[in-house]
Structure formats: C-alpha cells, structure tokens
Design a binder for this molecule. Structure first.
Ligand code: NI
Ligand code: MN
Length: 226
C-alpha cells in the first residue's frame, strides 16, 4: 500500500492499482499549490464529513474522475442532489467490501455540515483493510474512548490521526489515541494548514517517541509505502 500526502486531511492511498482519495481539499489549500488536482487519480473518495477543509474539492474530483464517493447518508444524499450519483452511503458501525478491500465506518467526535450549512450528518472515521494492510483514518476527531474498540476489529499497520489541535485533538492526545488503537506508527494529518493548527514538528515527533510511538509527518506531495 502506497500513501501520498496531498495536504491537510487529503491522502491518496494506492492499493494494487486502485486509487482511494480521502477528504479532497487541494485547490483551496495554499500549502498544496504544487499539487495539480487534475493529475490526481481517484477511483474512490472516502469522505469523513462535510466541512469545507475536507469537502471543497470533492464534487470537482468526483465529476472529473467518476470516482465513487463513500460517505455518510446525508453527504450521499447531498451529492445525489448535486447530480453526482456514483456514491455509497454508510453509517457508523457498518462495513462494506469494495473491490479494493473492506471499509468500516467508525465513530468520530466532531461535527459536520455541508456548504450553505445544510445538515451534514454525523462525522465518521474509516477502518480500511486492503492489500494485506489495515489502516485507521480517524477523520477530524477528539480523543475518544471509542478508539479502544478499534483493536477488536483490526490489527493496525498505520493510524492516520489529526494532530493540529484547536479543531481536533492535538499531538499529545493523538499519542494517547495511538495507544488506544494499539498502533505503533501514526501518520499526522490536519496540521499547519491554518494559523490555528500550526505545530512544532520536532516537538510532536519527540513527544511520540517519548511514548514509544513513531510519528511520520510527510511533506505535501511525498509518499510512504507500508
Ligand atoms: Ni471538520
Ligand atoms: Mn477539518
């Protein structure tokens, strides 16, 4: 499994030639100006919630690529209303097997709304099992006891967690989350994009290593293979 960072909470996950994009936010992210959205491949879009720093490029990317958008019921309905019909609705607790592997929708403690503040349903995270790897993409969330359920469902190879604080948990709570989900390796998301979430990278990495965990912070455009 190959994972590319497109900035903020937007990652490209490539599994055996299938491309999954999380929370598309590229054209409106000044830090991601070197990424050309028109070269981003997408077969599936995993949409955690409707806030614009996760959704701003969803319709654009879905229209260009024809990717299937996997999200909660309310975002699925909203997209259908926009004429985007290749969608798959889920809700928290449910799993589905797609051609690339399985996805389980899990709880996230956050909020969700669509453009013009229409109702966005509940925010969610995703547990992805694909290509022999298991990845927890938490979406925007605070630290929650529900994370202790994750090891009942998966032995994680990677957890992608927000670390920027203010709108989500900060890196200290994310290190506790790594313990709750029993994962050694965390890939940071939701940091540096706006003034409220700028962090000291060295401090964050040091904090994780003091807890016996590894925090990876990718430069936008860079990739890792797990
Ligand atoms: Ni949000
Ligand atoms: Mn956000």
């Amino acid at each position: 499994m190959n994972i590319t960072y497109y900035g903020h909470s937007c990652f490209g996950i490539e599994v055996e030639g299938i491309y999954i994009i999380t929370d598309p936010f590229i054209r409106y992210n000044e830090l991601a100006s070197k990424i050309d959205i028109d070269t981003v491949k997408a077969d599936y879009i995993l949409q955690t919630h409707g806030h614009e720093d996760h959704y701003a490029d969803t319709e654009y990317l879905a229209l260009r690529t024809g990717a299937k958008v996997i999200s909660n019921w309310e975002i699925h309905s909203f997209l259908n209303g926009q004429g985007i019909l290749n969608t798959h609705p889920m809700n928290i607790g449910g799993s589905w097997t797609f051609p690339f592997g399985s996805v389980k929708a899990v709880n996230a403690t956050h909020s969700s709304s669509m453009p013009e503040n229409t109702y966005g349903g509940n925010p969610m995270g995703f547990l992805i099992s694909a290509g022999g790897k298991q990845v927890y993409f938490s979406g925007d969330t605070g630290l929650t006891m529900d994370m202790k359920l994750i090891p009942l469902w998966a032995k994680l190879d990677l957890a992608i967690l927000p670390i920027g604080d203010n709108f989500t948990m900060g890196y200290q709570d994310a290190a506790i989350a790594a313990e709750f989900v029993e994962c050694e390796h965390v890939l940071g998301s939701h940091f540096d994009t706006f003034g409220f979430i700028k962090i000291d990278h060295e401090k964050a990495i040091q904090h994780f290593s003091s807890k016996g965990k590894k925090l990876t912070l990718l430069e936008i455009g860079d990739s890792i293979t797990i």
